[in-house]
Design a protein around this ligand. Structure first.
Ligand SMILES: [Zn+2]
Length: 353
């Protein structure tokens, strides 16, 4: 039965034992009044509507959280500068939190232990925020809702939610199983013959608005040892600049990371090898010279990258696993969460024996 509210108090009759009680509605910063979980001070039973409202509330938030993780994950995945493995860790951590949140909603407020509930109610009685108006008429409470553990339906839904954790871990699991090496400075961090990866230089430059353009040459230093061509295909930023540029009244130079996209020749013999790649970059960029002027600056940079190669096409496969793991996992978490939310809203009162 719903409760009757007046003067900041809610009145309720316990369906399980027949007791009438009232409890104070308070200003809780975190939880609305509908989410006050007050067990019956006579038998300890939590009313069905309270359990239902609490679960629906938490499940709904976990659904939103899942969606947020999916969106943030996709954003980080698209943003090349962000290390893919860190995004992977974030997704796995977020998906684990979502799973724990759903589980907490299912196990935190139940009628599995009426004695424990009763102890909670007695604390409230002593504090004066709960008053037993009329004791119950039944010696043993009957028709107590949610007295047993989770249902098989909620376990299936939780399984779906848990798939998001596995989806997030899929690319790294694949990498470990296949023994593909990880290259920390590369995006994607796995690359094999035929793959293209972005390598980030350790050296940075300071340019106006982070604008720069360049030309790059990628030289394989151990080409003779690997029996591979000395040059790898490489490309870099082509952001154009020149003439007049929009700037605030006090333009500043920003630290800018340089990169080059390199493509490993599709030679099977390169699989599993260690390539010593030298990148020579000729960069041009605008550097702030005064309040209203910039200087066209040129620089020559060089850096050697030890690149550990995986099997042919490993980088593409890794990326495909990354994206399908994220999207599939997110979808599973949303479906599982929705199922839990619907189940919470449709809890049924067990009939009296
Ligand atoms: Zn009761």
């Amino acid at each position: 039965m719903g409760d009757i509210q007046s003067n900041g108090w809610a009145q309720r009759t316990c369906i399980s034992c027949g007791a009438a009680y009232q409890y104070r509605l308070g200003k809780n910063l975190f939880l609305p009044d509908e989410l006050k979980l007050i067990p019956c001070p006579h038998c300890g039973a939590l009313p069905l509507e309270m359990i239902s409202a609490w679960r629906a509330y938490v499940h709904a938030r976990m659904i939103l959280f899942s969606l947020g993780i999916g969106l943030v994950g996709a954003y980080l995945g698209r943003m090349k500068e962000y290390p893919l493995q860190e995004a992977t860790l974030l997704i796995i951590g977020g998906a684990l939190l979502v799973t724990l949140g759903h589980i907490a909603a299912l196990v935190s407020y139940t009628n599995a232990d009426l004695a424990e509930n009763l102890a909670q109610a007695q604390k409230l009685l002593r504090k004066g925020s709960l008053v037993l108006g009329r004791p119950g008429t039944r010696a043993t409470p009957a028709g107590v809702p949610e007295a047993s553990g989770s249902s098989s339906g909620s376990r299936t839904a939780l399984g779906l939610v848990l798939l998001a954790v596995l989806g997030g871990a899929a690319p790294e699991a694949l990498r470990l199983v296949r023994g593909w090496p990880h290259n920390p400075g590369a995006q994607p961090p796995v690359l094999g013959p035929g793959d293209t990866s972005r390598l980030y230089l350790a050296q940075t430059i300071r340019t106006f608005s982070g604008i720069w353009q360049g030309q790059v040459f990628a030289t394989l230093l151990n080409a003779a040892e690997l029996g591979a061509p000395e040059r790898f295909d490489a490309d870099t930023s082509h952001i154009g600049f020149g003439g007049s540029m929009q700037a605030s009244s006090s333009p500043q130079n920003t630290p800018t990371t340089l990169w080059a996209d390199i493509t490993v020749p599709a030679l099977e013999t390169l699989a599993g090898k260690s390539a010593h790649l030298q990148l020579d970059l000729q960069v041009r960029y605008p550097m702030v010279a005064g309040p209203r002027s910039y200087q066209d600056t040129s620089e020559q940079l060089s850096e050697v990258f030890p690149v550990q190669l995986a099997s042919p096409g490993a980088g593409k496969t890794y990326l495909a696993f990354w994206w399908s793991g994220l999207l599939g996992g997110c979808l599973a978490a949303l479906l599982g969460g929705l199922q839990l939310w619907r189940a919470a809203r449709h809890l049924t009162q067990p009939s009296h024996p």
